[in-house]
Design a protein. Structure first.
Length: 319
């Protein structure tokens, strides 16, 4: 069997995180420059039926069978084997190399699952179709997040901007001008499951105002989608700011994120907001080539641990 290497990208939620868990639309884009790679190779003379897993970022270096049954990586492997009707674990080594920070709102868990499933299915001679991959990756997300919307696995599998709404067909969206973003890490780790559970509690305590905010976020996502397609940077930035105000009202931001967001806006960003689970993790700023350097400096001065950059190219012709 050959050595197989596959990868998956990180993701950014441009608009609509959290509300998407409650059925509202959300806009997500791939972050193709930040990736996870998975390499699967035969384990010559390894114990038959044993897969060795190595993932430095997850502190794993052990046989698959030694992982807890509810471990998402073990689940990813088992789902692929079941889907392909393979009853004996292949004797192989599976290594994961991730540049995506964990618990930081960038979709690391979904990207690790997708890269693993891509590499393993190709190693077994049957690379999974995107639709199947997406369905299986959603199962692993349930283990990680409890109640995921499915947006992370979907945007990562298709690696294209999407408007996502739970239970509805995926809608691909295309920017009509080049878009430039900076992403800044607050350095605070926060598991998405915790912030999702926190909002669920808030909603039980005060259904009326929480549901109103969620519905409002959904409307902003649709306005933002239109701006994204029309290349209206001002309207897109305004949608990001309006979304952030609602996320902050729902207590999903935090001081460190707020400081980064304010610094980005003051330095010329057209819009800035948290991205992903919130209460830590990363923020996202819409910039232009002219403002990019000033915003980057401002983010670093305001305490960003790391600043990334990603661009989306305009798409003129599409189906
Ligand atoms: O924190 P992340 O990267 O896992 O983003 C999750 C997005 C949420 O809307 C908060 C949860 C979900 O499942 O959609």
């Amino acid at each position: 069997m050959p050595v197989i290497s596959s990868s998956a990208c990180a993701k950014l939620i441009l608009l609509g995180e959290h509300a998407v868990v409650y059925g509202e639309p959300a806009l997500a884009i791939p972050f193709s420059g930040l990736r996870v790679r998975c390499v699967v190779e035969p384990w010559i003379n390894g114990p038959a039926g044993t897969m060795h897993i190595r993932a430095r970022e997850l502190q794993l270096n052990q046989p698959l069978q030694a992982l807890p049954e509810d471990n998402f990586l073990r689940k990813a492997v088992e789902l692929v084997l079941a889907e392909l009707g393979v009853f004996q674990t292949p004797t192989c080594k599976l290594a994961i190399y991730s540049d995506i920070p964990i618990s930081a709102g960038l979709g690391a868990s979904a990207a690790i699952a997708v890269a693993t499933m891509r590499a393993l299915s190709a190693f077994l001679g049957h690379p999974l179709e995107k639709e199947t991959l997406n369905r299986l990756a959603f199962e692993t997300e349930k283990l990680m997040h409890g109640n995921p919307s499915g947006i992370d696995n979907t945007v990562i599998v298709y690696e294209q901007p999407i408007l996502f709404r739970k239970g509805e067909p995926i809608e691909f969206v295309y920017p009509s001008i080049n878009l430039h973003f900076l992403i800044a890490d607050s350095g605070i780790k926060k598991a998405t499951a915790e912030s999702v559970a926190y909002l669920a509690q808030q909603r039980e305590r005060d259904p009326q105002s929480v549901e109103a905010a969620i519905a409002e976020i959904g409307k902003i996502s649709l306005l933002g989608k239109k701006a994204f397609e029309q290349g209206d940077l001002i309207a897109l930035g305004e949608a990001m700011d309006a979304d952030q105000a609602l996320l902050a009202q729902l207590d999903l931001s935090c001081e460190a994120l707020d400081e980064l967001i304010i610094a980005a806006r003051q330095a010329g960003a057209l819009g800035a907001k948290l991205t992903g689970g919130g209460k830590g993790g990363n923020m996202l700023a819409l910039v232009t080539p002219e403002t990019q350097e000033a915003v980057r400096k401002a983010l670093l001065s305001a305490g960003a641990v790391r600043v990334y950059q990603t661009d989306l190219k305009e798409v003129q012709d599409h189906d």
